[in-house]
Ligand binder design. Structure first.
Ligand code: ITT
Length: 206
């Protein structure tokens, strides 16, 4: 049996968070805060939004991080994420952002999820948030991690915290939506936090 290749450690002092999504940027900056790393955003570097041509969360995370690291010449951390709804065969999945349209209207995206579940005549409200994180270096090397959290959808959506689909998702074991709970609670349990703790263990921890 082949031993897994060792993960590359992050030894730099700064990285780019390769996202154009303000909600994600806020969460990733908070997750990185304890590690004393200087964080800059894709917008600060004037980086364009790459086309997401991958067919998986991991493939899209990798292309976003690599595009930023190669363009800026510094390590970059990206996130590709979304909501997979069991009753919709995993949709919207990697198309979660696109369901909100060019106006990024997540009220409309959540209404579409509810409407499509109703049209299918299903009462199954199980869903999962998934986050793939990739840390890429300017030499083309990258390390990727995936986290997920399962829960139940509720309509109408509740709460105005978080972003995206947060107001319609109740994680298992709790009775508030991600949109209602304190950010610190989401950070302890979220798909993004779970992927991030693997990244820390593999690439940051001394
Ligand atoms: P970048 O590609 O620039 O990072 P994006 O918004 O296009 O920004 P994605 O392609 O990964 O990012 O789309 C993921 C969508 O899934 C995102 O726009 C959110 O609506 C939703 N999503 C991901 N994580 C979420 C979370 O923690 N809470 C609520 N919605 C989330």
């Amino acid at each position: 049996m082949c031993a897994a290749a060792p993960r590359r450690r992050f030894t730099g002092t700064g990285l780019i968070v390769a996202t154009h999504n303000a909600g994600k940027l806020r969460e990733i900056v908070e997750l990185l805060a304890p590690y004393g790393i200087h964080v800059s955003s894709a917008a600060e570097h004037g980086l364009p939004e790459p086309e997401e041509t991958g067919t998986t969360f991991l493939a899209n995370a990798e292309l976003k991080a690599l595009a930023a690291a190669l363009a800026a010449g510094v390590p970059a951390l990206s996130d590709d994420s979304g909501l997979a709804v069991d009753g919709l065969d995993g949709a919207p999945g990697i198309y979660s952002a696109r369901w909100a349209g060019p106006a990024k209207d997540f009220g409309a995206a959540m209404a579409r999820v509810e409407r499509e579940l109703d049209e299918r005549g299903t009462t199954n409200r199980r869903a999962h948030f998934i986050s793939a994180l990739t840390l890429a270096w300017p030499d083309g090397h990258y390390e990727s991690f995936e986290g997920r959290i399962s829960g139940t959808l509720t309509f109408p959506p509740r709460g105005d915290r978080g972003f995206g689909y947060d107001p319609c998702f109740i994680p298992d074991g709790l009775n508030q939506t991600f949109g209602e709970m304190h950010e610190a609670t989401k950070h302890r349990i979220s798909h993004r936090a779970r992927a991030f703790s693997q990244l820390v263990e593999a690439c940051f921890a001394s």
